[in-house]
Design a protein around this ligand. Structure first.
Ligand code: CP3
Length: 357
């Protein structure tokens, strides 16, 4: 039976990003950049100023949707990532987050079981509802071939900020908390895990087509602790989300774990790995070759530098990843000093990679 023309016109076009997450190898590969909405774009800085504080921007659905769309309009990336932050979870749990200009996040640190008891799971749902409204707006406003990525921070990485009250180079405060009072620390991890499951579930219901779990500080933990504080809670998040939404791919970003990435992928059952800058291309290819999509891993500073080294490295990456499920990305977030024209050149380089060979 023939479908009437009007109804075939409503069939969703394929999203190349999602196809790769489900195991296809596409040439040229789909691409997006971690932190693609941000201060390197003048149009972002204008909206950011209008919003006042960074968190005001995260909780304003019209403005958050606008800055999410900016890099899509400029560069036509294959995926948009919801504009929000991993620290909206502590903020919604009642541990208020402030961003100090030029210095980063500040929270009142959680040092012990008594501080932990002050968290109020459930109270901050109104704040997260505003982020979910951003997701719903975006799914309406994005081109249909552009995928929408929802995200959260992994419980370990979010906990490092909750315990230290700020960013730190070695996560010493969180490691000491975990080593000296593992029972209380497990309660903190469970609280963040449960909030994250509800938050990601809400994002999928609002229209996110894929999810990424950012574990920026996974690499500071020894093996046994990595298992307990990174792998186990991530596995729980993936399991719950897969039960509710089996078709929504999940990307893990266990930054800095080196050879532990294989075990992380296998044990957490994420669909794809986002590889950091230090991952050798041969390893990235081998990881993809065993049935998982991989994403990565250009050094964000090469994108600042531009020039022949950038071009050589991009070509090398495209060549190494031919024929396996691969998404072009950076190995960590884009930095504010990146010239927008270097991003345009990067898009051109990736998109002009020869197809069908
Ligand atoms: O475009 C996107 O990728 C979506 C939005 C996004 C932001 N942060 C916006 C943001 C995402 C996915 C994040 C994730 C995030 N946030 C991580 C994990 C990934 C990573 O980069 O390691 C972490 C650790 C955070 C916590 C965080 N947020 C810090 C430490 C800082 C301060 C440092 C900085 O770059 O200023 C932020 C602020 C932040 N989050 C900004 C943006 C665009 C800059 C703030 C501003 O515009 O004033």
């Amino acid at each position: 039976m023939h479908e009437p023309a009007a109804s075939t016109a409503t069939v969703a076009p394929p999203q190349r990003f999602i196809e790769v997450l489900k195991g296809s190898a596409l040439t040229p590969p789909p691409m997006w950049l971690m932190r693609q909405a941000g201060r390197y774009l003048p149009e972002y800085r204008a909206v950011r100023e209008q919003a006042g504080s960074f968190l005001n921007l995260c909780y304003n659905p019209a403005l958050a949707a606008e800055v999410t769309l900016q890099p899509i309009r400029r560069y036509g990336f294959d995926a948009a990532i919801l504009f929000s932050d991993i620290l909206v979870i502590p903020d919604a749990l009642g541990q208020e987050v402030r961003f100090v200009e030029g210095e980063g996040p500040r929270l009142d640190p959680i040092r012990n079981a008594a501080d932990l008891a002050r968290l109020k799971p459930g109270d901050g749902a109104g704040k997260l509802d505003r982020v979910l409204e951003t997701v719903a707006r975006l799914r309406q406003d994005l081109p249909r071939e552009t995928a929408l990525i929802g995200f959260c921070g992994a419980p370990w990485t979010v906990a490092t900020y909750m315990v230290a009250g700020r960013g730190s180079p070695d996560q010493a405060d969180a490691r000491m908390f975990a080593y000296t009072d593992p029972v209380a620390f497990a309660r903190l991890i469970d609280t963040v895990t449960e909030a994250s499951i509800g938050y990601l579930d809400g994002q999928v219901k609002a229209g996110a087509g894929a999810l990424q779990i950012f574990d920026t500080w996974a690499g500071v933990l020894p093996d046994t602790e990595l298992e307990r504080w990174v792998v186990a809670p991530t596995r729980r998040i993936v399991k719950e989300l897969k039960q509710r939404h089996p078709n929504v791919p999940i990307i893990g970003f266990p930054r800095g774990v080196g050879a532990g990435a294989r075990h992380y992928r296998h044990a957490t059952r994420v669909d794809a790995l986002s590889c950091d800058t230090a991952t050798p291309l041969a390893e990235m290819r081998a990881l993809a070759g065993t049935g998982t999509a991989v994403q990565g891993n250009l050094d964000p500073l090469l994108l600042v530098a531009g020039g022949p080294l950038l071009e050589a490295r991009v070509r090398e990456t495209l060549e190494a990843m031919q024929g396996v499920p691969f998404i072009f990305n950076l190995g960590h977030g884009i930095v504010p000093q990146t010239p927008p024209e270097n991003v345009a050149r990067l898009v051109e380089l990736v998109r002009s990679s020869p197809s069908g060979s």
